[in-house]
Design a protein around this ligand. Sequence first.
Ligand SMILES: Nc1nc2c(c(=O)[nH]1)N[C@H]1C(S)=C(S)[C@@H](COP(=O)(O)O)O[C@H]1N2
Ligand SMILES: [Mo]
Length: 423
Amino acid sequence: MQLKILTLHNNQLLTISVERRKFVSKTLLATMIGALGTDIVFGKLLPLDYVPLAFQDPDPFKMFQIDPEMVVLNEKPWNIEAKAHMLDDKITPNKFMFVRNNGIIPENIDLANWSLTIDGESVIKSKTYSLTELKSKFKTYTYQLLLECGGNGRSEFDPPAKGNQWTVGAVSCASWTGVRLRDVLEDAGIKKNAVYIGYHATDLHLSRDPGKEPISRGVPISKALQDETLLAYQMNGKDIPLVHGHPLRLVAGGWPASVSGKWINRISIRNKVHDGEKMEGSSYRMPCKPIAPGENVPDEAMCIIESMPVKSIITYPKSGAMLPKGKKLKIRGHAWAGELQVAEMHYSIDYGATWTSCPVEKPVNRLAWQHFSADISLPQEGYYEVWAKATDSRGVSQPMLLPGWNPKGYLNNACHRIAIKIT
Ligand SMILES: Nc1nc2c(c(=O)[nH]1)N[C@H]1C(S)=C(S)[C@@H](COP(=O)(O)O)O[C@H]1N2
Ligand SMILES: [Mo]
């Protein structure tokens, strides 16, 4: 019987196997001393089944170098979200980027031997590229891209939907650098009958069964061929952090972030809708027609989520802020609309009875979020809420309250609200 200990050493996840005996073995002790970088005094007395504290419960904040205020929703697998005010930066810094894992983060990544294979029924010639080849053969592009988990906002659904109870913080807009997926797919050759691509990655299924994939999703070929769809190797100007997909990830902004595969090593060009893990059943699907809350929906009546709906978030001030009477309240935040642009931004201080428009900037590039701000006069002392509402280029606005209930709790794009007290 073996006991596995997962820890972090020099930014690499390290698995140590422990043999079952009465006291720890000399070899294990030596490995642990090596990992700690200091002697374990009295180490010979460590009972066999005892995991030294230094190796227990890896601290996600240290391990992923994220802000201590980030909220851990699940440890197995890791799922961590930001709070609204932490998303105030125009470009989301690494420390505030949400983490959404379906399986176990790959261990012991071997960069020299990492490769990406393009295959599938609709590839003209299957090809494999090393990281160096990818970086040198194809032109590099950088875009700011919006990634929002399809389940962001799930916690508000009633009856409740199972899964991570995301509130508002499973969204990010970082700067991604890499090569265009299109350039690589075209280099291998795309047959006329191609309809979809599907990614495969090196993260492990929670059962550690190597024959199972935690997730393998994809996008229609038209989305794969967009200028902004990247095979990224950098995030915010540096190597992508391990937890966000190092050394290579797909980034397809404006769609549920589940299509942006992390740690990818294979992309299949498919002659049908990709049928990988979490493409079928009710995963990342919405009822094709609206249903009543709690209603049962057969799988055949569920449609794959594509572009994400229009949405916004107030990132300043923090909800609960207090302000002296007579001062104007400055608010700011971001708005996005999947494949579309945000055309208008409004706020309300009277629970949606009246709305005032406020400026919203153009995106730096397609599929990046847009920034809004306003100076608000509040008539008298007391409690207020500020509600924000974005409208997309087709005239569709965010609903004030929770939109269409669905079995998995996807696509809650209700208006974000903050509380303010004037004293
Ligand atoms: N290989 C792999 N890619 C993945 C996932 C995963 O579990 N494994 N999770 C997906 C989901 S559901 C989301 S929302 C995003 C989260 O990306 P982030 O953790 O970098 O924020 O990655 C997507 N890509
Ligand atoms: Mo997700």
